[in-house]
Write a new protein. Structure first.
Length: 181
């Protein structure tokens, strides 16, 4: 399996980054989109970040246009939307695929490390089918706002389906357990 901390990343402003630059922190990696029914999760992610960043949590947002073309914006438009509508202050990264053959290396490594997700993905798949959409199957990312929890040592500690809100007790408990380590 790939070393997650060694994978080069690009911030939404074009600067270079990697998970190694966030060493010793608990990371919540989320693929985000501006025109999704789950877009209001930005608000919850920002609240979670503000509440827990002093304890060592970082939320990392990865815009992706993989699902229903729900992130059509340019990098500048995404930043403006996130700040204006949700006051997002957590780091955002360059828009890139999170599913399929062209998925960015970080997401290839994340889905390999943790192929299954918590939070009733079967119900979410049925909901998507009800909208006439064809959902992905594990290990692929199911939809926008799927969450990967990365421990301080850089390993994937948990994975949550898009339907798990940022204030969900199971997610918050998992974050707090990792922060306590």
């Amino acid at each position: 399996m790939a070393d997650l901390t060694a994978i080069p990343l690009t911030r939404i402003d074009g600067s270079s980054d990697s998970l190694a630059n966030h060493a010793g922190k608990v990371l919540l990696v989320v693929n985000v989109a501006s025109k999704c029914g789950l877009t209001p999760q930005y608000e919850g992610l920002e609240k979670l970040y503000e509440k827990k960043k002093g304890e060592g949590l970082e939320v990392l947002g990865f815009p992706a246009n993989d699902f229903g073309a729900q992130e059509p914006g340019t990098h500048e438009e995404i930043v403006q939307f996130c700040k204006a509508n949700y006051g997002v202050s957590f780091p955002l990264f360059a828009k890139a695929d999170v599913t399929g053959a062209a998925k960015q290396p970080l997401y290839a490594a994340l889905t390999e490390a943790m192929p299954e997700k918590q939070g009733d993905p079967a119900a979410w798949r049925e909901r998507l089918r009800g909208y006439g959409m064809t959902p992905t199957e594990d290990p692929e990312v199911l939809w926008n706002f799927e969450k990967f929890l990365i421990a301080k040592d850089g390993t994937v500690a948990a994975r949550f389906s898009p339907s798990v809100a940022p204030d969900d007790a199971e997610l918050v408990s998992a974050i707090e357990a990792e922060l306590a380590k």
